[in-house]
Design a protein around this ligand. Sequence first.
Ligand code: PEP
Ligand code: MN
Length: 340
Amino acid sequence: MIIVLKNKTTEQEINELMSWLTQFKVTTNLVQGVHSNIIGLIGDTTQIDIEAVQAKECVEGVQRVQEPYKNANRKFHPDDTVIEVRGRTIGGGKTQVMAGPCSVETEEQIITTAIAVKQAGATMLRGGAFKPRTSPYSFQGLGKEGIDLLLKAREVTGLPIVTEIMDVSDIDLFADVDIVQVGARNMQNFTLLKALGRCDKPVLLKRGLSGTLQELLMSAEYIMSEGNQKVILCERGIRTFEPAMRNTLDLAAVPLLRQKTHLPVTVDPSHATGIVSLIEPCALGAVAVGADALEIEVHNDPKNAWSDGAQQLTPSKFAQTMEKIKALAEFMGKPVDNVG
Ligand code: PEP
Ligand code: MN
């Protein structure tokens, strides 16, 4: 249930209403927004008489919420969530571009690529240290050593780092990581989601291969219901009957998610398509439909990459693509962040 308060409601009126609501044993969540103040009620609200609430002097309106996600619901939190990461804002009217290799391979590879993506205008560095691979015989990532190399690359470039966690037991290794990614295959690893919900760290939550948008939002809810509100959603393509691309990029999910939730939305055209020539058009499509951020795979030498060589851009192709992204993002009113 959502209670929308009148514009000029005083602190005292809010406190009185909040204490009146305690009798119903629901969790109350006061959100003081730019345009309005609301109280979100989570729990069993069946005992609450809407008319009794409506009758309170300071109440503008009351709405029952049908969706099973509450914390992530835009009705509960009308303003966009803005997540700050080392001076960059995700969801705050800027576009962030997370770029870097699929996997961290060597010091030279990650540093060279990090410098190149920064020069081209990327605002964050991505790179996998723990890799979810279809085959157990494929390269599985450098693990802790990969995180250490990412931290080195951050020291050299100043770019915040985004990297994937696969197992809850590795959580301590991510203490210095700026954004923890939950990969598509772990979207419904509820133990992992709950553990990340108890951390104070932004989480980039990728949509599962066959995850519906409601399931994605429920996974965000797992993290948020434990306390961590810093969730960034990521559309990375879903599995359909179409075999021509690695996955099918669901671009319409972006504006729909932005209607349903206040959380920022990222698009990953690399895993969505798996085809180098489709990265630029799909990245631009993502900006055009309102994405808050992009995640793009870039490798200093894609032909010799240890994973996902077919979808990684060269630094020079990425630089060309960035020019178009910057121009379109500017036109869309969400310029690519420029933190120097
Ligand atoms: C990745 O970003 O490295 C990755 C494995 O992506 P996804 O979980 O979307 O497949
Ligand atoms: Mn990859």
